[in-house]
Design a protein around this ligand. Sequence first.
Ligand SMILES: [Zn+2]
Length: 391
Amino acid sequence: MNNTPPKLNLSRRFPDNMTTAHSLIIKAKNGEKGNAKGQRYAIPAFNVTTVQGINAAFTAFELLGSSGLLAFSNSALKHFGGGDPVFGLEIATAYVEQKAKRSSVQIATHLDHGDYTSEGGRKVVQASVQMLTSVMADNSTDKISKTGMPLEKNIELTREVVDMAHPLGISVEGELGVLAGEEDEDTKSEFSTYTNPAELEKFLRETGVLMIAPTIGTMHGPNKGKPGTKVRLNIKLAHELLKVANRIDDNIIFVAHGASTLYPDVVKYAVAQIDKMSDPSSVRQKWLDFVGTDWEQIQGLIEAGFCKINTDTENRQTFLSALLGSLTTSSAKIDIRWYDNVCTNALTQSYIQKLIMAGDYGVWHKTKLDVAKFKFDLNASLKDILKVCLI
Ligand SMILES: [Zn+2]
């Protein structure tokens, strides 16, 4: 492939307060908040799978003045669309666009792990290019043989997506290397490979993607190691890869997948709820065995230029933990909105916490809460927590 890939069309206009993932993340890479330029931060990409997830994320973005990045996996879109991911796209996009209209911050919508290797996957990527503001073209794994995709083939398929998306102003994320672990049916692999710097250079030059997920040791899912062990990321390799990318174009952004840093207090809370159930033993141990990535390691990645941090597991755990809590508090309230609110408010707390950790606040306006006073606590209601920290 000798011809130059098309550049991202920056003059595309999106619906009110919507923008590409790339334009939000490049601000984070350059440390831009309002008119000021400060420290580098990251944008957590929240994988939303339900309307509650979207609502909770918007509340968190508004409170913090954060850049908002909502990611949808194929299976999430299927869930929204009652089995049909393209219909799910229509529903989710319409919902997000209506909410964005009233938003005080900028929002991007992103297809997570879009798959251009299969016919079904291609359909979803093509529809996403029409409806979302950003897509991932993950062609790193051959889904049939369950091995790493040959580099040339990964480049060819990813380039097809760039050719289609960049002229329309839609940013594209590629993936090079294979990530281990399991998040849901879209991301499941028993093996992993590190990204090779020479391959990264070739991949970036030939595909033209401005966002890339290299693998440096992160894992998908809630079990990132044996209980009691720590996940080890190859930060040295991350820096080496960043040098390669910056040489080509300093608008290139690194994305960390499998970057969920779990909340120990959420696990503690869940275990306390499980203990109140009749036979909790097996479920209880599963909760205690969950292993996430240490936040210090993620901070190392942010410094190395990973400015999109994909987080899902800890948010799901928070939701489920709160659901357990709502059932042990009262399982006789015949108003499902009550349970819905408990879970959505817990999820909002989880998102606020993650946005603060990543430094993604005060970007579009001053925060409405004192971040130093915010305390994530499932034993308290969101209303009571905000009473203490709202400015
Ligand atoms: Zn991922």
